[in-house]
Design a protein around this ligand. Structure first.
Ligand code: HEC
Length: 100
């Protein structure tokens, strides 16, 4: 009787060990999401966050326009082909207020 129980336990242990080994081979670690620091270092990601937090209420989540004029679809690039002018508009407004 005792020998039967031991045999059953051995069988369970053997199956568990075999399962463990199979799972070890089957295990594929999933790619970790990018670290927040790496995302913050990407200016496009930072810009997207700044826009979502500060501009989207008036210019739309995708720059499609709302209270403020449309910015996407090349609207700003056509109006201000020089990137320095785009920066100046955002920094000082179109009329150059606060420039100084
Ligand atoms: C409170 C609403 C509001 C917020 C917030 C806002 N804007 Fe504007 N924005 C406007 C309005 C209104 C105009 C049009 C001003 C005018 O006609 O003189 C404008 C104009 C602009 C223009 C010039 C567009 C053009 O065709 O001349 C740019 C570029 C711009 N905003 C970018 C931004 C950015 C970038 C942010 C966030 C950092 C932002 N705006 C936040 C309302 C807003």
């Amino acid at each position: 009787m005792l020998k039967r129980v031991v045999n059953a336990l051995e069988l369970v242990a053997l199956l568990a060990a075999a399962t463990f080994v199979v799972l070890l081979f089957a295990y594929r670690p999933t790619a970790k999401p990018a670290a927040p620091a790496a995302a913050a270092a990407n200016p496009l990601v930072v810009g997207e966050q700044v826009f979502a937090a500060n501009c989207s209420t008036c210019h739309g989540a995708h720059g499609e326009g709302a209270v403020g004029p449309r910015l996407s679809g090349g609207a700003v690039v056509r109006r201000y082909p020089n990137p320095a002018d785009q920066i100046a508009v955002v920094e000082y407004t179109r009329t150059g207020l606060n420039r100084g």
